[in-house]
Design a protein around this ligand. Sequence first.
Ligand code: MN
Length: 394
Amino acid sequence: MTTVPVPAGSLFGPDNLPYGVYSVAGSAPRVATRLGDTVVDLAVLLDDEVFARPDLNAFMAQGHGRWVAVRRQIADRLAGEVPDEALHALADVTLHLPIAVADYVDFYASEHHAANLGRLFRPDNPDPLMPNWKHLPVGYHGRAGSIVVSGTDIVRPCGQRKGADDPVPVFGPSVRLDIEAELGFVVGTGSAMGDTVPVTEAERHVFGVVLFNDWSARDIQAWEYVPLGPNLGKSFASTISPWVVPLLALEAARIPTPVQEPRPLPYLAMEPPWGLDVELSVEWNGVEVSRPPYREMYWSPAQMLAHLTVNGAPSRTGDLFASGTVSGPAKDTRGAFIELTWGGTEPVTVGGEQRTFLEDGDEVVLTASAPGPRGSRLGFGEARGRIVPARGVG
Ligand code: MN
């Protein structure tokens, strides 16, 4: 029996207790939590077979009451001595995709990002926001099957693009490969077809939060997106962090969203809508190039889930909805390189080299932290990905 040590200043102290899926050599993936730099097998710790599985879905489907009770049990057990066979050094394990992703929707909830993209994609339009933007959380349905865990290489996508001076479209590897620094929200329990999830109920359906990198090929996107929205410019890969931070751990991080004016329709109205005070960081080849502030996001996650289901579309355990790029008002808080380099016209210097969009071999790492109770800070781990050359061309 051992007491799990927590290094001073750890972002994975006893107030965090995220959920992930790990394996060690020769063993099948199982559900764990993390305390300090120790991975704790929950099937062993709690003697509960729901955690002896390769994803969190079965546990999430048990519902909010169980999430509350299990979180308390984990905290109680880890406050004392625990069996050595439950414990693994973080450095000794492989972390896996923590959830079986059901449906995936990406929103567009940052006013700063939406306005910047409007100026870049539609420079002749006097209002950078589309007329619907302040009335509903704009989103599109993405590809669940290409969501991968941190550390997975990202193959440069190929596709069609057509520059302003190209008479006809050309095909080839994307030359404007970008990131979008976002948070992703994991739906733990869904809603039946025909039903809706009211804004006041959303927090009982959302299990937790992950970091989310919505890799984006801007040249493919720019040519394909009218009139039905992003498709192949986004669907090749999205990276999430391996640890799901429970929404229950983020009570101290809840803050009101920015003021919503005009007032949303009744099914979206909240008094006030809650956001999250999560501070993101974007590292490009080891250099921090941006610190996107989630507190600036206009639409609440609760409003996103209410909007997702207001037409009676069902939601399911394992659904993932992402926030859209997190961008603040200042240049060094923009969460996509197309904004940070203003369409590639203002390069940034990383490691002595000039960059606009991603080159083969480049690596991007998203991290984040949020306030916890009693002055603590909680971490989200990282969403890391390296660009490898396009396949099947040349
Ligand atoms: Mn996105």
